[in-house]
Ligand binder design. Structure first.
Ligand code: PLP
Length: 472
């Protein structure tokens, strides 16, 4: 440094002014309604004028940032001033997405929250959990709901459990608060849940489980992909860290894979350095994230920014359609069970009804309204064969391992998302072979129901015996 000390100090001062201006923009946006935040994020007129007047957030596709001189470079690379440096670490377009996500998940939350965007939902699950598993000792364990996404199940069971020897304590019934409490001990690193879960739509009481985790000095991490912040904001219910696969409802167009970790400042944990506790998302972004390299492409970030603008309206109307579809399915002779958090027959419906509200819904409807999202699943009578027969007859509903889309999509989890985890794992995750997961899209409900109705009608004629092979 020496002769350059003053030069670097000038950039540090410039950086402080930039950070203050951004904090100001953030605090202005925190006074706005959910839709306004979703539409604008922190990209304001001043930001536009610095970008040739573009009213839409520019896509910065450059891998790296140019610096004015070596002092500027030194200040930026030492993390002494806001800078983006290199797109594996940060990128201005990705930053717009991160700020919007932090504001949306932090909507109605008293404290501060920050976000880090990742290349996929799985990268987010990894980045949110791996920092707590440093220096594992015999007995080191995690307590997690077994009703979780298949990839999360494999990450925990295989990568953390079998490869690293961490004890994975699955909570079999996430509605049973005693089970959560009993599985936690002095060697537990974090508590993890997904609500509503994919694909069984199981719910858990975030507030109650957060209290249990905090009493043991542990953070609660919640995968809130299926609910989205338009319906539930776990930080307001006591969760420390929220995970999203932004691939899903947040990017309903289906144009991008992505994920995000959004954390409150001051999480409950005694693991890691103070910086990790103070601002987990920032810590992850600046250190472990830089070394692991799971950054999202700025192009993908732009796709998500664009779809997020209409998130609340979409979740409202898709939820209404889904309720109609769930009611149709529940009344059908060939269906054993429908899992949708909005159905009174669903275990934990009262918990879902307490947590899942359309944000700012009273402004539209004059009263608060429950909304339960657009993912549901149902079990077809007659086992795996009958389920496949119905599935193969869809003429409009896509057969794909996907969800969150504006197009209706169905999958059979036992042969797709939960194929790798074996019979025992599938039983744990409540994924029977006759379960069809349906992502309800934006088509007219009558047309979705008609496609289901026609496919299910095949079972009226079916003799349910093995098909005879015809020789040609
Ligand atoms: C899809 C999904 C993930 C993984 O996200 P990707 O973007 O596919 O990596 C994690 N959690 C839930 C609940 C999901 O539905």
């Amino acid at each position: 440094m020496s002769e350059h000390t003053n030069g670097v100090a000038e950039y540090v001062a410039r950086g402080e002014a930039m950070a203050r201006a951004e904090a100001e923009r953030r605090s202005i946006m925190r006074t706005k309604k959910f839709d306004t935040i979703a539409v604008h994020g922190i990209y304001d007129m001043e930001a536009a004028l610095a970008n040739q007047g573009s009213i839409i957030e520019p896509g910065f596709m450059s891998s790296a940032q140019h610096f004015e001189n070596s002092d500027h470079m030194e200040a930026a690379l030492a993390y002494l001033m806001p800078a983006w440096v290199y797109s594996r670490i940060a990128n201005p377009t990705v930053h717009y997405l991160e700020e919007t996500l932090a504001l949306l998940e932090g909507y109605g939350f008293d404290g501060e929250a920050s976000a880090v965007a990742t290349a996929s939902g799985m990268a987010a699950v990894f980045m949110a959990t791996n920092p707590f598993l440093q220096k594992p000792e015999p007995g080191t364990n995690i307590v997690a709901s077994c009703r979780c996404y298949g990839g999360t199940f494999m990450l925990f069971a295989e990568r953390y459990g079998n490869e690293r020897g961490i004890d994975i304590r699955w909570v079999r019934n996430p509605l049973d608060l005693n089970e959560w409490a009993e599985k936690i001990d002095g060697d537990t690193r974090f508590v993890y849940g997904e609500t509503p879960s994919n694909p069984s739509l199981s719910v858990m009481d975030i507030e109650a489980v957060a209290n249990i985790a905090h009493a043991a000095g542990l953070p609660l991490i919640v995968d809130s992909t299926v609910a989205t912040p338009a319906l539930t904001r776990p930080l307001t219910l006591g969760a420390d860290i929220v995970i999203h696969s932004t691939t899903k409802s947040m990017t309903a167009s289906g144009f991008a894979i992505g994920g995000a970790v959004i954390a409150r400042h001051g999480i409950t944990t005694d693991i890691g350095p103070d910086e990790m506790r103070d601002n987990f998302a920032m810590y992850v972004k600046l250190l472990p994230f830089r070394d692991h390299g799971p950054g999202i492409s700025p192009f993908n970030a732009l796709m998500t920014i664009n779809d997020l603008r209409t998130l609340r309206h979409r979740m409202d109307s898709l939820s209404s359609t889904s309720m109609q579809v769930a009611q149709y399915l529940e009344g059908h002779d060939h269906i054993d069970r429908v899992a949708y958090p909005g159905m009174e027959s669903m275990p934990g419906h009262e918990v879902a009804a307490r947590m899942m509200w359309l944000v700012d819904g009273a402004d539209d409807y004059g009263t608060e309204v429950n909304r339960y999202g657009h993912l549901l699943s149902f079990e077809v009578k007659g086992g795996a064969k009958a389920a496949r027969e119905v599935f193969d007859r869809f003429e409009m509903i896509w057969r794909a391992t996907d969800l969150g889309r504006i197009k209706s999509v169905a999958t059979i989890p036992a042969i797709s998302t939960h194929q790798q985890q074996g019979d025992e794992g599938r039983t744990l995750a409540a994924v029977p072979p006759n379960l069809i997961r349906l992502n309800v899209g934006g088509e007219h409900p009558d047309d979705i129901i008609a496609d289901l109705d026609k496919a299910l009608a095949a079972l009226d004629r079916s003799t349910m015996v093995a098909p005879t092979r015809r020789s040609v």
